[in-house]
Write a protein that binds this ligand. Structure first.
Ligand code: PRP
Ligand code: URA
Length: 206
């Protein structure tokens, strides 16, 4: 299922990110903050279990998260969303999937993967600001599923309709969350209007 999280704060921050005049520092800061705002909605359906504690006044049965959460950034650009998410879920672990998109063929090329113990029993939140053709997200979901993980959510900032369709048809069981669904991909595979090359804007490369 596709969910667009179009909260006013997210729209405001995303507009700052889209602006080509925005520099690396502000781009990174707004991406980080949007990551945190999005994860609040993404985790709305997380299961809880009861836990017995004592308040300073009396015994009390409270609730705590019943699922282990692993944040899975797709390198490099996904790294820009991790700390905002970890601020809200400090007990989460972080897996890493290294992947780059060939600029000519637009095919994804995985170069690294690393997962925490008991990954298969966790909720995997795959993060990457850009969902363009969908090739990188589909490959990352394939890799996570190969680890035995069945509970997967994909969180991107900006998506193209082509990419959303591709992920939905390859992995219909994975919920997709976007801050914005943009118009289309251009002839170079960039999202329009988009925000340019997310990795380069985060890290100041070209
Ligand atoms: C970008 C982006 C996604 C991918 C999206 O990464 O961060 O991972 O492209 O494109 P797709 O949906 O067509 O696969 P890139 O390959 O440029 O690597 P980077 O994060 O290192 O800049
Ligand atoms: N990757 C990016 O960083 N930006 C796009 O628009 C498409 C792919």
């Amino acid at each position: 299922m596709l969910t667009i999280i179009d909260h006013p704060l997210i729209c405001h921050k995303l507009t700052i990110m889209r602006n080509k005049e925005t520099g690396t520092k502000d781009f990174r800061q707004n991406l980080d903050e949007i990551g945190g705002l999005m994860v609040y909605e993404v985790t709305r359906d997380l299961p809880l279990h009861s836990v017995d504690i004592e308040t300073p006044i009396t015994k009390y049965t409270g609730q705590e998260l019943a699922t282990k959460v692993v944040v899975v950034p797709i390198l490099r650009a996904g790294l820009g969303m991790v700390s905002g998410i970890m601020d809200l879920i400090p007990t989460a672990k972080v897996a890493h999937i290294g992947m780059y998109r060939d600029e000519e063929t637009l095919e994804p090329h995985p170069y690294f993967e690393k997962y925490p113990p008991a990954f298969a029993d966790s909720l995997a939140i795959i993060v990457d600001p850009m969902l363009a053709t969908g090739g990188s997200s589909i490959a990352a979901i394939d890799m996570v599923k190969k680890q035995g993980c069945k509970n997967i959510k994909l969180v991107c900032l900006v998506g193209a309709p082509e990419g959303v369709k591709a992920v939905e048809s390859a992995h219909p069981d994975v919920d997709i969350y976007l801050a914005a669904l943009d118009d289309h991909l251009n002839e170079n595979g960039y999202i329009v209007p988009g925000l340019g090359d997310a990795g380069d804007r985060i890290f100041g490369t070209k």
